[in-house]
Design a protein around this ligand. Structure first.
Ligand SMILES: [Zn+2]
Length: 131
């Protein structure tokens, strides 16, 4: 399952960060998940619970922010929400989009450590899935 390997990767990365700063626990992890990334948030949350059991991350709240998918058309500079399934033709001129602007993100946005003294940490760390 795709979500399981992602969950393991998230736990892994946060665990490594926790170890390097000597954190005793994690209060919450905020993820940015693009609409087009093909991730089911519920499944990811479920897998996360399993993946963090017995680690320093156990008990952390997983917050998932969905980033809407948008595409752009160069000739008319139009940017539109592509939706799901993705609509890749420009609503202005009908040309094919030449790029997805957003919606493929998959990254750890912020980690809050259980230590009340610790500041929130902006991460913006892409999640690297292991095969
Ligand atoms: Zn256009």
């Amino acid at each position: 399952m795709h979500e399981m390997s992602l969950a393991v990767a998230v736990v892994d990365q946060v665990e490594t960060a926790a170890r390097s700063r000597g954190a005793v626990g994690v209060s919450s992890i905020e993820l940015e998940v693009g609409e087009l990334a093909g991730v089911v948030a519920d499944a990811l949350a479920f897998c996360f619970e399993l993946a963090c059991a017995g680690t320093v991350v156990e008990g952390a709240e997983l917050i998932t922010r969905t980033v809407p998918g948008t595409a752009r058309c160069t000739p008319c500079a139009e940017v539109w929400p592509v939706g799901m399934p993705p609509r890749l033709l420009c609503p202005g001129c009908g040309a094919a989009a030449d790029g997805i602007v957003s919606g493929r993100e998959l990254q750890i946005r912020e980690v809050r450590w259980a230590d009340p003294e610790a500041p929130r940490e902006e991460q913006h760390q892409p999640i690297t899935e292991k095969s």
